[in-house]
Write a protein that binds this ligand. Structure first.
Ligand code: ZN
Length: 62
């Protein structure tokens, strides 16, 4: 993995990289529960780049 050097700011924030497509989804979130929607996969991706299971209210028949 390449180290990315962006603007030389005082704050060093990692990037969220989708593990499926390698897309840069933006800076990492301050809270681990926060996820970013990857538009390519249509999945919510956490700071670790892995798709997260969102607690969706799904009605299951039966
Ligand atoms: Zn993705």
């Amino acid at each position: 993995m390449m180290a990315m050097v962006g603007d030389s700011g005082d704050e060093v924030v990692g990037r969220i990289i989708c593990e499926t497509y390698g897309s840069d989804l933006g800076p990492q979130q301050p809270f681990p529960n926060n996820c970013v929607l990857c538009k390519r996969c249509g999945k919510w991706v956490g700071n670790d780049g892995k798709a997260q299971m969102r607690k969706l209210r799904i009605r299951v028949r039966g």
